[in-house]
Write a protein that binds this ligand. Structure first.
Ligand SMILES: Nc1nc2c(ncn2[C@@H]2O[C@H](COP(=O)(O)OP(=O)(O)OP(=O)(O)O)[C@@H](O)[C@H]2O)c(=O)[nH]1
Ligand SMILES: [Mg+2]
Length: 543
């Protein structure tokens, strides 16, 4: 048996909700768009798909200070505060006739909001601790049954939560009542909103507030042109002339035609259902289009993931040779180990060249006075410190070479363009970089990869380097010290030890990076399931 519209929409919301986008996107993060689409499906479409005859959800929407709250108060009696302070309305207020109360219970309609009754006692009004945004709810006998009238915060607000709240309400509404003034109707934000309504095919009424005396015809004609240009045909315009407010409210006569229009929509079951259906299918077409885009972006992540793997493999190879180079170039045979060696060699030289036992005694006496011991140890310790410093600089070079390579990967698919509105972007690149740096610094603090004898081998190598290269080296000492040593073997051993450590590190860093490349094998299958459901929905329900 075919699924009901309600069931199919909930299924689509579930499948979209499982899309775990892992690659960065230009402009808008696909994840944010996914969340908004899921909300539209659950808050509005699935709910409407089940209860087409529920009261119409009508939102008063517009910029701050155009008079939305004043108009609502004038229509239904004083509800919310109006003010010269901008913006005033921060929490949306829903007004309904007492007969419609049950529709709001059990979240059948506007399920994405926590409803707090303004006319209930204080205790229940304070009871909300959920993550969902709050909708204050009030009843009014002045409103007909069949409509929920909602006053929203300013849709183009500089306050981010206001913008998001207003957008979320627009997404859940069946009727947009766009409020503007004679001075502000041509502002681009308002025109964009009208265009969005035209795209969605949602029913719209517009209120042109604060029209100057004698300029009604001019204002109405000018605004009407803008409305036509935005693609909205026969939208009713309710003009309200500028006048004195009475107790903060407009005289009844000024809102009479608007009230009649709303009463007419609420009271006529056929008209109401037709309006709800229009919003449902208009929004559904948009949501299906967006879902299709989300599915194809998600499927494309599989290919991006493979590109990342290939790039990383290339990177690992070049990283290895860069690492070896870095090691061989490192000034391990300079600095402190060298001066330690000179000190040591000088002492041995002195001892070696002392002709009689009395001089030797004096040398021994001086050494014990200054606490000097003729020992390889300080030199080996110095070599160890030099090795530590070389490791630090090798590790530090890894992110410096890897990060630019990641940016070169160009992981932005073209389908990602133009999806966004005003939703916060999330940089997954930065998360990726942070995770990589974390993996590298974890390696940095891990145990040293060389064996105990490595510093000693380095110190001995130092002896040989000086023996071979430096004229002023105490040759007799070196001859004495190195008579039994096999130089070539020692040098080879040292190089092997160092190269072995570098290779291990390069491999470990590469493995850590590979783990960071998102696993996307299931993406194509998940996307396919969504596309199949979209096709079914289109065949069954669209047009
Ligand atoms: N004189 C006169 N003042 C008005 C009229 N409509 C609104 N006002 C005043 O304009 C100011 C803003 O009105 P509000 O109703 O708070 O505007 P709003 O659209 O709800 O604003 P936000 O809640 O910030 O989005 C208030 O001081 C109102 O008293 C009108 O028709 N005539
Ligand atoms: Mg307001």
């Amino acid at each position: 048996m075919a699924k009901s519209l309600h069931e199919s929409l909930r299924e689509l919301a579930r499948l979209l909700g499982e899309l775990n986008f892992q690659f960065p996107r230009e402009g808008v993060a696909a994840g944010t768009l996914r969340d908004r689409t899921v909300r539209r499906l659950t808050d509005h479409l699935a709910a409407r798909g089940r209860d087409l005859d529920a009261p119409l959800v009508a939102v008063l929407v517009g910029s701050t200070g155009v008079g939305k709250t004043t108009i609502l108060n004038s229509l239904v009696g004083e509800i919310g505060p109006t003010s010269v302070q901008r913006p005033t309305t921060l929490t949306p207020v829903l007004v309904h006739h007492p007969d419609d109360e049950l529709w709001l219970a059990a979240d059948r309609i506007l399920g994405g909001f926590d409803k707090i009754r303004l006319d209930a006692d204080e205790a229940s009004a304070e009871g909300s601790h959920s993550e969902r945004p709050v909708l204050q709810v009030k009843t009014s006998e002045k409103l007909r049954p069949g409509i929920f009238l909602i006053d929203t915060p300013d849709v183009d607000s500089y306050v981010e939560t206001n913008r998001h709240l207003a957008l979320q309400l627009l997404d859940a509404a069946d009727l947009w009542i766009f409020v503007t003034t004679a001075q502000r109707y041509a502002e681009p934000q308002g025109i964009d909103l009208l265009k969005a309504a035209a795209r969605r095919k949602v029913a719209v009424g517009v209120v042109l507030n604060r029209v100057g005396h004698g300029s009604l015809l001019d204002s109405k004609t000018g605004f009407s042109e803008k409305i036509q240009q935005a693609g909205l045909g026969d939208t009713p315009i309710f003009a309200i002339t500028e006048g004195q407010l009475q107790g903060g409210m407009l005289p009844d006569a000024d809102v009479e035609t608007l009230k009649k229009w709303l009463d007419g929509l609420a009271g006529d079951a056929l008209l109401r259902t037709a309006t709800a259906r229009q919003a449902l299918f208009g929004s559904l077409a948009e949501v299906l289009e967006t879902s299709r885009k989300l599915a194809s972006i998600f499927a494309a992540e599989e290919e991006q993931s493979q590109r990342a793997q290939t790039a990383l493999a290339e990177l690992a190879a070049s990283q290895k040779s860069a690492g070896e180079h870095c090691w061989l170039e490192t000034p391990i045979l300079e600095g402190e180990p060298v001066s330690r060696f000179n000190h040591y060699a000088q002492a041995i030289f002195e001892e070696d060249s002392a002709e009689d036992s009395w001089i030797r005694k004096r040398l021994n006496w001086r050494r014990s006075l200054y606490g000097e011991k003729l020992s390889l140890r300080p030199g080996v310790e110095a070599a160890k410190r030099a090795l530590d410093a070389a490791q630090e600089s090798f590790m530090a070079s890894i992110p410096r070479t890897i990060h630019p390579r990641l940016e070169d990967l160009d992981l932005e698919p073209s389908q990602g363009e133009g999806l966004g509105e005003d939703w916060k972007t999330v940089s997954l690149y930065s998360q990726w970089h942070r995770a990589l740096s974390g993996a590298i610094s974890a390696k940095q603090t891990a145990d040293r990869p060389w064996r105990e004898e490595t510093p000693e081998a380095i110190f001995l190598a130092l002896l040989m380097e000086l023996y071979v290269a430096e004229e002023q080296t105490p040759v007799t000492f070196l001859e004495h010290y190195l008579t039994s040593a096999d130089h070539e073997e020692l040098k080879t051993k040292l190089r092997e030890t160092v190269a072995g450590s570098v290779e291990t590190w390069a491999e470990e860093v590469h493995e850590a990076m590979e783990k960071l490349v998102p696993a996307t094998e299931d993406n194509p299958a998940q996307a396919k399931e969504i596309l199949k459901l979209i096709t079914e929905l289109q065949e069954q329900w669209s047009q």
